[in-house]
Write a protein that binds this ligand. Structure first.
Ligand code: ADP
Ligand code: MG
Length: 704
């Protein structure tokens, strides 16, 4: 038996629907967050979930009409009271034997009113009822129908009405018309879900579920726990998990190479480190070594809180690869961090004969040419860089390992573009943002995970205090005293949304004020600081000529100055929880006790207060990540859509985390048993992938 189906009507552009011209298509694209009108599909309209319902089933007699609530009333028109002066309302008066209802109009002519509300006939109206001068009234009813009499049957207009998020120029009426038209387009579809699962969960079919979301029978139908919503959330999660599983399956099948190296060399490098490794660094390295030595391709996430020492793990992994003549590309999120990694790696590895080069957008042309030539002929073993590493001019003789630091700044696409430079390369992703398990699954699928759970010995938790900005003078006094004792501090000025100029201004101002009070040991770095200057300031801060570093959030990621002990965050209420935690992680790296001061502007909103409370209560990155998830929802943690992170329309990871785990297993099983999606269910799943736009996975299927 072969299934004949065609999801074309759902993937067709919205202008195929009646009433959608270019202007309306633009508005829909905007509303539905699509890249363009042409790429706004019929299914996107159906993916636009209601956020509430209006219940018009409250049907009452005029005398029992509520005050300031939605109700539906059926009345006989008894007279028209036309406006006596311009601007005053006109009224249509109806009654039902219990009292009079005024239907009020500020627009529309008399002829129009007489046509719709003929005297002596019955009408049914629904809308917000308010009592005014002793009788109920409805101003411009939301729904209206002429009816046969008081007992005429109610149609759908007087039931439950979904409420949609709207955008300028797109009214609720127009949108619900389009939803209705789109619902008509749903073709006959095969079931792509596992039969027993659907049965066990008592889920409706896809078509029924979509219809139920838009035609709720009770308010529960739009809640995340409703069967229809669960079903669609599962469809969406399965599509994303299946896509990840397919891509991963293909990556694995570009087989890795079993790497061999001399353990004595690794031991020598380890010995040259100024510290001994923590237990979890050792464990992670053992796991990585196992992967490098095995035939399969490594796809591993090293997850460790700020300061847990991920860099050295990457360094030793790169050394192992180098021992087999393999090259490593290490990607950092910013120029600054790339430089810092470059310094760390070259200091430690060059003495062992491993050549390291920096490759960013900011090196000189000569340096660039030298690095590129060295990578191509194999004389350079490790390239540390930023996006510049993606450039097609950059080729490797034998790329063995790709290390991506702080993955949340990169998209899946970029990560793949890089690993495609070495068809056998292993992948190591390092992230400081402790991602909860559901997040790992959602973003990476079934990646192997190594965790750095312990911190280097001697680290003390950072003492965190929240201080109102009004006390800033006292804070500055204490800072001056601490600097006099020889301590080092960061002072972070906040990001000003969409306003780089004022952001800069506040940092420059703060720098001036602090310089006046603390002395000429205050440095300033911000997004516009030229690289050379920034490097000079950073190394002065490291060496101690600079004791206070005023910075915009550029210090957020990866900067390592182990003896800095004070972190002041100005306008802490403007930062997200993870961001605060990342910033705080810049101190508390040495043996000395450290302090983090969160300067906030009172009064605090509820969420900001909770964030600051969490920061004071714990140094535990995992707990912070979980609280962050609760406060912000998954979207922001996963990053923006451009970064390649999934964004869901039906699924809400706070509610549907359990479904995600099932979908993940389901997807793996599908790939294990039908890796080309050729069987009956596999073919149906192809439709699911198309519907949820998992293009990359589909391309991978085609390329085999
Ligand atoms: P992150 O995990 O935030 O990237 P880094 O790799 O920058 O952390 O390491 C933070 C600091 O801890 C660095 O100064 C590094 O040299 C130091 N460090 C790393 N591992 C150890 C260790 N086992 N013992 C002591 N210090 C360590
Ligand atoms: Mg780091």
């Amino acid at each position: 038996m072969s299934v004949v189906f065609d999801i074309g009507p759902l993937t067709a552009p919205v202008n195929r629907l009646q009433g959608v011209g270019p202007a309306r298509a633009e508005r829909l694209a905007h509303l539905l967050d699509r890249p363009s009108a042409a790429e706004t599909r019929v299914f996107d309209i159906l993916s636009h979930c209601p956020v509430g319902v209006i219940d018009r089933r409250h049907r009452v007699a005029v005398a029992e009409a509520p005050d300031r609530a939605i109700a539906t009333l059926t009345v006989k028109v008894v007279r028209h009271e036309n406006a006596r002066r311009p601007g005053a309302p006109s009224r249509v008066i109806g009654e039902d034997g219990t009292g009079e209802l005024a239907i009020v109009f500020f627009r529309g002519g008399e002829a129009w009113r007489l046509g719709n509300y003929p005297i002596g006939e019955w009408v049914r109206v629904s809308g917000l009822v308010e009592w005014w001068e002793g009788r109920p009234q409805i101003v411009h009813p939301d729904q209206f129908a002429k009816v046969e009499g008081p007992d005429a049957p109610f149609d759908a207009r007087f039931g439950l009405e979904p409420i949609y998020p709207l955008t300028q120029g797109l009214t609720a009426g127009v949108l619900s018309g389009l939803v209705a038209a789109a619902l008509e387009k749903i073709p006959d579809l095969p079931e792509w879900l596992d039969g027993p699962l659907v049965k066990r969960e008592k889920w409706p079919t896809f078509a029924e579920a979509v219809a139920a979301i838009h035609r709720p029978e009770d308010a529960h139908d739009i809640s995340p726990d409703a069967a229809c919503r669960q079903r669609l959330a599962y469809d969406e999660l399965l599509a994303s998990q299946l896509a990840l599983a397919i891509v991963r399956d293909r990556e694995r099948n570009h087989r890795g190479r079993a790497r061999r190296w001399d353990d004595a060399m690794i031991a020598a490098i380890e010995k040259s480190l100024p510290f001994s490794l923590t237990a979890s660094q050792r464990l992670s390295l053992a796991e990585i070594a196992g992967d490098l030595a095995a035939e399969h391709r490594m796809i591993r996430l090293v997850q460790g809180d700020v300061g847990s020492g991920k860099t050295v793990v990457a360094l030793l992994a790169a050394a192992m690869a180098a021992g087999d003549g393999g090259q490593t590309a290490m990607m950092a999120p910013t120029d600054l961090v790339a430089r810092q990694h470059y310094e760390t790696l070259s200091n430690i590895l060059e003495p062992h004969g491993i050549r390291v080069r920096l490759l960013t957008g900011r090196i000189t042309e000569a340096e660039r040419a030298e690095a590129i030539a060295g990578l191509a002929d194999g004389s350079v073993t490790i390239a540390v860089g930023t996006h510049a590493l993606f450039q097609s001019a950059v080729t490797f003789r034998d790329l063995a390992l790709v290390v991506v630091d702080e993955q949340h700044r990169f998209g899946v696409h970029q990560r793949m573009a890089l690993s495609e430079k070495g068809p056998h390369s292993d992948l190591l992703v390092m992230t400081a943002t402790p991602i909860p398990r559901t997040m790992v699954l959602a973003q990476f699928g079934d990646m192997d995970v190594s965790r750095l759970t312990d911190k280097p010995a001697g680290r003390q938790p950072v003492e965190t205090r929240a201080v109102a900005l009004t006390n800033i003078d006292a804070v500055i006094e204490r800072l001056a005293a601490a600097v006099a004792r020889g301590e080092k501090a960061y002072w972070v000025c906040p990001l000003v949304e969409d306003n780089e100029a004022s952001e800069l201004e506040s940092a420059v101002n703060r720098h001036r004020i602090l310089s006046k009070r603390v002395g000429d040991v205050v440095g300033l770095v911000h997004g516009k600081t030229p690289t050379a200057e920034r490097e000079r300031i950073m190394s002065a801060f490291k060496d101690g000529q600079i004791a206070v570093l005023v910075a915009t959030t550029v210090v957020e990621v990866g900067v390592d100055v182990p003896d800095a002990t004070i972190m002041v965050i100005e306008h802490a209420e403007r930062f997200g929880l993870s961001q605060l935690h990342q910033l705080r992680g810049r101190v508390g790296r040495g043996a000395k006790a450290s302090t983090c001061l969160l300067l906030y502007k009172a009064p605090l909103g509820a969420i900001a207060r909770q964030r600051l409370d969490t920061m004071r209560a714990t140094n535990d990155g995992f707990r912070i990540a979980e609280d962050d998830l609760k406060l912000r929802g998954e979207g922001e943690i996963l990053g923006t859509r451009q970064s390649g992170a999934p964004s869901f329309r039906f699924a809400d990871l706070e509610h549907h985390a359990a479904l995600l785990a099932i979908a993940s297993d389901d997807a793996r099983l599908v790939v294990a048993t039908d890796r080309n999606l050729e069987r009956e269910r596999g073919k149906a799943l192809r439709a699911l992938l198309t519907l949820f736009e998992r293009r990359r996975a589909i391309e991978r299927l085609r390329s085999g």
